[in-house]
Design a protein around this ligand. Structure first.
Ligand code: PMP
Length: 435
């Protein structure tokens, strides 16, 4: 028996031995088309020659220098690269080793920001139901997935969860409501009023919701409205772009398509594309200046901040994406994949919705299309689809269960930005067989 403490202590896993572009290869030589990048991580595919060379060179030169003593060339260059391409107002980058660390750091930065400004009571967070922000205790508290939180309560920070914004299951309300976005804005306003604006430090949201619901973008105008409400009350906006950022939706930052910026933006996954563990919080000049004018020190840190090899890997990944114009491929192949999914599944009795942006797409599974009635969560349809897909040599990311009032099984697709039309045919074919 394996001595690895896997996430599932009962399942058995194939041993991954190698990677080749959009494929992973197991110990038996079986090839799996990686149609989800793991969890929207491997955006450049596997074994990219330029990234391998950059990592090898960096390890040979300087693998690691502790950030309490040194900065490093790749860390400086990566920060410059990201800030030059960031939404307006973003001024600096705090590097960490993954998404949960990024969210945890953003929450603590927001908290310290208000302490430095003499408003220490501003510590409550408003988040959204059905969101996912990570698994460390602070990030977990903000996540809108009640069953994930339950076992670990009481959690460490005060969080109020409000409605997310996607019209699919809510279509009737959306269509008859007249102004769905205004209603959600009012809900946020009501919660702020109830908590007292002076007690609220941040509103956190994923621009396109990933892990819990399968690539659901918000309705046009929603984020601009939420941003305006936050600004009016002096509440910081934290955008969690850990999954949807770094080109996944067709623009480097997902919030570009919402025409908003934020006070803090969390990124990870596609930043290092899996070549090294890395994440970051990108912060506004106001946050940096406030912390600098106060103690001048962020009261938080990790051993591997700005890890030189991780930064070199991420820099190489981002340069590859830019030099090879891979975001154009994300948009083109994303459009083609969506079209092929519609062709294949529009007539399927149990595929209720096909959605998403760029190469960040989701399929929702239903018992019946007209009523959008989900399957009984006890059937664990998502787990069975995952098993069938793996058997057929396809990695996709099905999820399901009951997520804070939302039932349903869905499949997330997040293939690498390098895929070609032939991979899309293979993907849709294998997915059809698995479903
Ligand atoms: N935020 C979002 C939106 C995510 O999708 C994830 C990971 N699925 C996280 C945070 C946490 O990232 P990590 O698993 O790297 O800690």
């Amino acid at each position: 028996m394996s001595h690895v403490f896997h996430r599932s202590l009962t399942a058995t896993y194939p041993v991954a031995m190698g990677g080749d572009g959009p494929y992973l290869i197991d110990a038996n030589g079986k090839r799996y088309l990686d149609a989800c990048g793991g969890a929207a991580v491997s955006c450049l595919g596997h074994a990219d020659a330029a990234v391998i060379a950059a990592v090898q060179q960096q390890i040979a030169t300087l693998a690691y220098a502790h950030s309490a003593f040194f900065t490093s060339e790749p860390m400086e260059q990566l920060a410059d690269f990201l800030v030059a391409r960031a939404p307006a107002g973003i001024d600096s980058v705090y590097f960490v080793s993954g998404g949960s660390e990024a969210v945890e750091s953003a929450l603590k930065m927001a908290r310290q920001y208000f302490v430095e400004r003499g408003q220490p009571q501003r510590r409550h967070v408003i988040a959204r139901r059905q969101s996912y922000h990570g698994n460390t205790l602070g990030a977990l508290a903000t996540g809108g997935n009640a069953w994930r939180r339950q076992q670990f309560e009481p959690l460490l920070i005060g969080v109020t969860h409000v409605s997310p914004c996607y019209a699919w299951r809510d279509q009737a309300a959306y269509e008859t409501d007249g102004d769905y976005v205004a209603r959600l804005g009012q809900e946020l306003e009501d919660n702020i009023a109830e908590l007292g604006a002076d007690n609220v430090m941040a509103f956190i949201a994923e621009p396109v919701v990933g892990a819990t619901v399968g690539a659901l973008p918000a309705i046009t105008g929603y984020f601009a409205r939420m941003r305006a409400i936050c600004q009016r009350h002096g509440i910081l906006l934290i955008l969690d772009e850990v999954m949807c950022g770094m080109g996944r939706t067709g623009s480097l930052f997902a919030c570009e398509q919402e025409a908003i910026t934020a006070d803090l933006i969390c990124i990870a996954k596609g930043l290092g594309a899996g070549y090294q563990p890395i994440g970051a919080v990108m912060v506004s000049k106001d946050i940096r200046d406030t912390l600098r004018a106060g103690t001048g020190f962020f009261q938080h840190g990790h051993t591997y901040i700005g890890h030189a090899t991780a930064c070199a890997a991420a820099l190489a990944v981002q340069r590859q994406i830019e030099e090879r114009d891979l975001l154009a491929n994300v948009r083109a192949m994303g459009g083609l994949l969506k079209e092929r999914l519609h062709q294949r599944f529009d007539g399927h009795a149990h595929v209720g919705d096909i959605r998403g942006r760029g190469l960040f797409l989701g399929l929702e599974l239903v018992q019946e299309r007209a009523s959008k009635q989900p399957f009984d969560p006890a059937r664990r349809l998502h787990a069975r689809i995952k098993a069938h897909a793996m058997q057929g040599g396809l990695m996709c990311y099905p999820m399901g269960g009951t997520i804070d009032g939302l039932h349903g099984d869905h499949i997330l697709l997040a293939p690498p930005y390098i895929i070609a039309a032939s991979h899309i045919d293979e993907l849709v074919d294998k997915l059809g067989t698995a479903i």
